[in-house]
Design a binder for this molecule. Structure first.
Ligand code: 5GP
Length: 186
């Protein structure tokens, strides 16, 4: 059986990666499996453990780092985020195309370890629009919003490290473009 693709999607926080993803993951032809990340951040309203993330304590996360359980990990705005390694390999061996939705530092370490990874960056139509979307979420303190915006700016500087760049002006269109890109690589 052909090994599945490793697909890495990044984009600044608030760009709408989740919305776009929810649209293209429904396409059965893509044969996708979403890799659920581990995080030490708290759950937002509407999120579920083992669906959106594996929500763990900082101690448990640090144990996962020491045990080499993660393909990559990073600290983002005061919290840990990382990709559990075993599941990714297992799914790819089963022929599934595995999707990681991670920030740029993590994406760069995945690229170094797995140069065959298909990397896609989602950009906002403008930084003003991004700020509006981050504030629209209304779940975070101003300080965190500022940190997310600063990180977004740094992330935008790494766009050229990705194989494809898709603008999320219209989520349906962005999802369609990503489907086409994945199909071209299957
Ligand atoms: P949020 O707190 O908004 O859910 O996620 C913050 C950022 O962490 C997003 O850019 C998201 O893509 C990224 N992220 C989520 N999971 C992982 C992961 O496993 N590894 C890395 N490096 N980043 C992640």
């Amino acid at each position: 059986m052909k090994k599945g693709l490793l697909i890495v999607i990044s984009g600044p926080s608030g760009v709408g990666k989740g919305t776009v993803r929810d649209k293209f993951v429904k396409d059965p032809e893509l044969n996708l499996a979403y890799s659920i990340s581990m995080t030490s951040r708290s759950m937002r309203p509407g999120e579920h453990d083992a669906v959106d993330y594996y929500f763990v304590s900082r101690e448990r996360f640090e144990e996962a780092i020491s045990n080499n359980e993660l393909l990559e990990w990073t600290e983002f705005v005061g919290n840990y985020y990382g990709t559990p390694k075993d599941k990714v390999e297992e799914l790819r061996e089963q022929g599934k195309n595995v999707l990681l939705e991670i920030e740029v530092e993590g994406a760069m370490s995945v690229k170094a370890k797995c140069p065959e990874a298909l990397t896609i960056f989602i950009t906002p139509p403008s930084m003003e629009e991004l700020e509006k979307r981050i504030r629209g979420r209304r779940t975070e303190a101003e300080e965190i919003v500022q940190q997310r915006l600063a990180k977004a700016q740094r992330e935008m500087n790494l766009v050229s490290e990705y194989k494809y760049v898709v603008c999320n002006d219209d989520a349906d269109l962005a999802a369609e473009l990503i489907s086409v890109i994945i199909k071209r690589h299957m």
